[in-house]
Design a binder for this molecule. Structure first.
Ligand SMILES: *[C@@H]1O[C@H](CO)[C@@H](O)[C@H](O)[C@H]1NC(C)=O
Ligand SMILES: *[C@@H]1O[C@H](CO)[C@@H](O)[C@H](O)[C@H]1NC(C)=O
Ligand SMILES: *[C@@H]1O[C@H](CO)[C@@H](O)[C@H](O)[C@H]1NC(C)=O
Ligand SMILES: *[C@@H]1O[C@H](CO)[C@@H](O)[C@H](O)[C@H]1NC(C)=O
Length: 392
């Protein structure tokens, strides 16, 4: 009997060590800006790999669920009786519940005093309503970087005051149904979303940020009325999906529209009509050519930053005198005519000589990776007198 116990505890120790050493490497933080330069690829000679005979591995039982992830990290005893053991409850921040980076698999029962709930960087796969029975005061929930594939609809009925919901870097296949209308920020980037239930964003009149970056959304997933109620939306990020068309029915109060890394090849002529606050438009890494870009489509007076890198444009689109940054690198531009693209006031070139406020505001221009050679044409310099950086 004794030998049996010894063997068992050795096995337990072995499993425990296994658990300690199988820490999942954390994915790197995403960089805020998409990379705009591509290093030249140097072809390496292909060296055939040496072939080794396969080592004979003795048959081993599949690791069981408890050894898949490291065990939850328990915090010190708290002065709050309702503080879950795997979280930290600081007396200085009684409304915050810090459960991030603690190998949690199941959302603990949230104390009623919680406003700010941090659950990012764990191993949660499902979010259930029972954890939120007392969580009616919760304003922010951060569930980023877990393994979530499902959030119960009833969860959102328990948190009627929710303002920020961050669920980026998970395994959702659709936008969770039943999201509360109170939301102001919704981050669902880096999931596997290919479906948005009808009315998913309805009545969200206070939503200012919607991030669906890096999912699998196609044109048919974004119905015409999808964004209809989002009267206060300021930032919409649909980059890195599989869109072929510009999304329909985008609220025209937007300030930022990010559509990088899709397959868009065409922009309707009046697409941006009525967008009076739009300042940042990114369409890097699409399939835009002159044919799909009406000449004056980007002549939007509020626009400050326009990014059209890595497309197939052969000419420079017209833009407004207020534009400050223009990215046109890695296209097929062969020449640039400063006279043609200069956004002059009706009075003409003479006027900008005498009135500095009329000089076009362009300060930064990227043109590298095209078929252009220095020098920069004189008419470009004459027109864009605020230009202090131009990359050819
Ligand atoms: C919810 O809060 C009430 C009142 O504070 C408490 O009695 C109850 O135990 C709590 N429920 C859970 C599941 O913690
Ligand atoms: C939107 O915000 C206003 C002001 O904070 C608030 O009165 C209103 O109830 C909010 N709307 C929703 C749907 O939560
Ligand atoms: C660009 O927009 C301005 C108003 O901001 C307008 O006066 C001008 O005619 C437009 N240019 C073109 C080429 O459409
Ligand atoms: C640039 O465009 C203007 C106006 O269309 C034209 O008159 C001029 O010849 C062009 N310049 C060059 C170098 O092609």
């Amino acid at each position: 009997m004794k030998a049996g116990v010894g063997l068992l505890s050795a096995l337990a120790l072995f499993l425990l060590m296994g658990a300690v050493f199988t820490q999942r490497p954390r994915p790197k933080k995403p960089s805020r800006r998409p990379a705009t330069t591509k290093k030249p690829v140097v072809a390496k000679p292909v060296v055939p790999k040496p072939v080794f005979p396969k080592p004979v591995v003795p048959a081993q039982p599949e690791p069981q669920e408890p050894t898949d992830f490291p065990p939850p990290i328990l915090g010190p005893p708290s002065m709050y009786a309702d503080c879950p053991r795997e979280c930290l409850c600081s007396p200085s921040y009684p409304n915050s519940l810090n459960c991030e980076n603690r190998n949690i698999r199941v959302v603990p029962v949230i104390p009623g005093r919680t406003h700010y709930l941090y659950l990012q960087n764990n191993y949660i796969s499902e979010v259930k309503a029972e954890s939120f029975v007392n969580a009616s005061e919760v304003r922010w929930i951060n569930l980023a970087n877990n393994r979530i594939h499902r959030i119960d609809k009833q969860v959102f009925e328990k948190v009627p005051s929710l303002l920020y919901l961050y669920v980026h870097r998970n395994q959702l296949k659709e936008v969770p149904p039943g999201l509360p209308a109170s939301l102001e920020q919704l981050r669902l980037g880096r999931n596997h979303i290919s479906k948005i239930p009808a009315g998913a964003f309805s009545k969200m009149m206070n939503l200012t940020l919607l991030d669906l970056y890096h999912n699998q959304l196609s044109d048919s997933d974004l119905g015409r009325n999808m964004f209809k109620d989002l009267k206060n939306l300021m930032q919409l990020n649909l980059a890195h999906n599989i869109l072929k068309k510009m999304p329909d029915g985008v609220p025209n109060g937007l300030i930022q529209l990010f559509l990088d890394r899709n397959r868009i090849d065409d922009i309707p002529k009046d697409y941006f009509k009525g967008f009076n606050h739009l300042a940042f438009v990114r369409l890097n890494y699409n399939q835009l050519s002159d044919k799909g870009v009406p000449k004056a489509v980007f002549n939007i007076s509020s626009l400050l930053d326009l990014q059209l890198s890595h497309n197939q444009l052969a000419s420079v689109p017209l833009f407004n005198s207020h534009l400050e940054h223009l990215h046109l690198d890695h296209n097929s531009i062969e020449s640039i005519n400063g006279t043609l693209i200069c956004p002059l006031p009706p009075q003409g070139l003479q006027a900008i000589q005498s009135d500095d406020s009329l000089v076009p505001k362009l300060r930064y221009l990227r043109l590298d990776g095209n078929h252009l050679n220095p020098p920069i044409p004189l008419d470009v310099i004459m027109c864009f007198r605020h230009l202090h950086s131009i990359v050819i």
